[in-house]
Design a protein around this ligand. Sequence first.
Ligand SMILES: [Zn+2]
Ligand SMILES: [Zn+2]
Length: 295
Amino acid sequence: MSFRIGCHLSSAGGYLAMGQTAGSIGANVFQFFTRNPRGGAAKPIDRQDVRDFLAYAAEKGLGPILAHAPYTLNAAGAEARVREFAEATMADDLRRLELTPGALYNFHPGSHVGQGTEAGIELIASMLARILADFGSVPSTTILLETMAGKGSEVGRTFEEVRAIIDRTVERLSDSASNIERATLNSRLGVCLDTCHVWDGGYDIVGDLDGVLAEFDRVIGLDRLRAIHLNDSMNARGAHKDRHACIGKGKIGEEALARVINHSRLRDLPFYLETPCDLDGYRKEIALLKSLRTA
Ligand SMILES: [Zn+2]
Ligand SMILES: [Zn+2]
């Protein structure tokens, strides 16, 4: 399969503009925020723009697109108001994404803010199950839990926590969905592995990528892995910091990231850069990564 590589883009100009920007920097996938990452309301969707984008994407072989939920979305918040915002936002995002079928939707599982990891897992899973059960049909979008660095009280630093959220969601769904729907809904739950986050979270993807992937496979199952956030890290392994660095400029390094994009279990996944770059920086990183990609 061809190398699917792209980066985070501004959604200010709409879908077609993002597609054209991606094309202009050598990307064939891209990520964007569904709404202001620190705010609430989403812009109304321009249906003509979506139609134009879909035609462009089909012509250029662009995709899948990865929609990123706002950072303020916290399904594990202590206050009902915070959790209600998270649920309403995700449900709305997923409805809007039906206009671009087959998209990926990535979110940070949440921060338990002192309630404990177990309580956080329960809150996140019950929210996901309610959203999926109430959707009315099986969404065409795959929801991805992002692996986290473990900053503050973030849930989802360990593969075990990610697995627990998925298992609990599937359990909750069994109360509301028929068997067939349940199987399809289950396939709409996946994971996005962020190289900076897992490194900051303590997993040695530099010294032992095979070991980390074997661990992922044992705990979660590599079939759940649907996307990679490809980032270098400013900090040492296990720092729980979550500060992204440009490719080859951080503690993970170019060689280790080259092994990630070429690994037999990863190479067919889409890769999304979230490095601290402007567009020209992304263009150079994409060119660099293409040069590091083995046939
Ligand atoms: Zn990420
Ligand atoms: Zn991050």
